[in-house]
Design a protein around this ligand. Structure first.
Ligand SMILES: [Zn+2]
Length: 413
């Protein structure tokens, strides 16, 4: 007798439907027509059953804060930073936790159970960091939350920032962040990347650097990250986020860089919802897309995963918590409309994200935690085409969210 059995599940890579049996918090069998009974059984009717989605890049300290104290009318990065600067002094522990928890619940209902959040550690009280470190423990039995210590204003732009970053590592941040393109000089930017690698080695943590999130074709810090990863030899523990300037580099430089990237094993994290709206704002026409070269990175065999970056905050007015929505946007803005390419975009919100976050027990396998999503679609293509909402989200063997799909009726004879 199992606690829960999902019957008739379509699983990517399997030629025929399977049943999945769960006991306690773990998967204990996967096979067609399992003979055992379950205390509870769900008939999945041939729908796609997948491991949960992975949010590779979000800022939970600023989610759900749009309009506080005012809306971003110009839509620019700079007005967003200005508004956030006005909001920051009124941040409290409870305020950060409430908004972050609401966003995590939204994401769980959309089938996402692994989240990497950046948190601004240039705020001297480290209020948001402490709030999210505590929340990470509170949600542990249904959500895996990774926290990146992110020096939003630059590591070297104010004298306390370097020490605040290290303090964040001491307090338990999982990942070292950085923002080299926003340091005062190119030299400071290079130094900040090297320092992030040093800290990661000293505290045995991962690395995820906001890198080249500008339209400036001379912003070239991906090469610094890649060089450090090649020399130090642990590129799979490193991620370069945004890298939008990559879309503006000349092809000769870009293709040379792609070769180095391949050697480095560095993960790339793109945020197409926000960057298609935020970048290219200084251009008239032709107006650049302001996105990293997602398709070319994928073609070169680099690991690419995706994030929302923002949900209803001073930089991005939309956002639902849906990673399927992010993949849907990626198909469009990266022109990945071939069938294999669409499938690759589904990978970017699932298995590739798990690789970026270095999740060791991810996937539908016997012995793994029973983290499972049942989608209202027969396959990944249809899930993206219809931007499906999951029927069930199961975390550690427990059904924690369900949705009833809307019924469309057409009465035209
Ligand atoms: Zn970001």
């Amino acid at each position: 007798m199992s606690d829960l059995i999902l019957r008739n599940c379509r699983v990517r890579g399997e030629s025929q439907p399977v049943d999945i049996a769960i006991t306690g918090a773990f998967i204990d069998a996967i096979a067609p027509n399992l003979p055992q009974q379950g205390v509870r059984e769900i008939d999945c009717s041939g729908k796609l059953v997948t491991p949960p989605f992975v949010e590779s890049h979000i800022h939970l300290d600023s989610v759900l804060a749009a309009g506080q104290p005012r809306f971003n009318e110009s839509g620019t990065l700079f007005e967003g930073i200005q508004i956030w600067g006005e909001r920051k002094p009124s941040l409290t522990h409870e305020d950060v936790q409430q908004r972050a928890l609401a966003a995590l619940k939204l994401m769980a209902a959309h089938g996402c159970l692994y989240v990497r959040t950046h948190v601004d550690v240039t705020e001297p009280r480290l209020i948001a960091l402490d709030a999210l470190l505590e929340l990470r423990e509170q949600v542990r039995d249904w959500m895996t939350l990774q926290i990146v210590a992110f020096p939003q204003d630059g590591m070297y732009s104010r004298k306390d920032n370097e020490a605040l970053l290290e303090e964040a590592m001491r307090r338990g941040a999982d990942v070292v962040g950085g923002i080299p393109h926003y340091e005062l000089t190119r030299e400071d930017g290079v130094r900040s990347v090297q320092h992030a690698f040093d800290l990661a080695e000293r505290y045995d943590r991962l690395i995820d650097i906001h890198c080249d999130e500008v339209d400036d074709d001379q912003s070239r810090f991906v090469e610094v990250i890649v060089a450090e990863a090649i020399k130090r030899g642990h590129g799979e523990r490193v991620a370069a986020s945004h890298t939008t300037a990559f879309g503006s580099y000349n092809d000769s430089y870009a293709y040379k860089l792609l070769g180095f990237i391949r050697r480095s094993n560095v993960n790339f994290i793109a945020n197409p919802l926000i960057n298609i709206t935020l970048q290219g704002r200084m251009d008239t026409y032709p107006k650049r897309r302001g996105l990293t070269r997602i398709k070319e990175l994928w073609q070169q065999g680099a690991n690419v995963s995706l994030g929302q970056d923002c949900i209803y905050d001073p930089w991005y007015i939309f956002g639902t918590g849906s990673m399927i929505g992010v993949a849907h946007m990626t198909v469009h803005v990266s022109q990945m409309t071939g069938l294999q390419e669409i499938d690759a975009c589904f990978d970017m919100i699932s298995v590739n994200g798990a690789k970026s976050l270095q999740i060791q027990d991810y996937g539908l396998k016997v012995g793994n935690p029973a983290n499972i999503v049942v989608l209202d679609a027969p396959d990944a293509f249809s899930a993206l085409r219809y931007q499906t909402i999951p029927l069930y989200t199961i975390a550690r063997g427990r059904v924690i969210a369900s949705n009833t799909p809307a019924q469309m009726q057409v009465d035209i004879s």
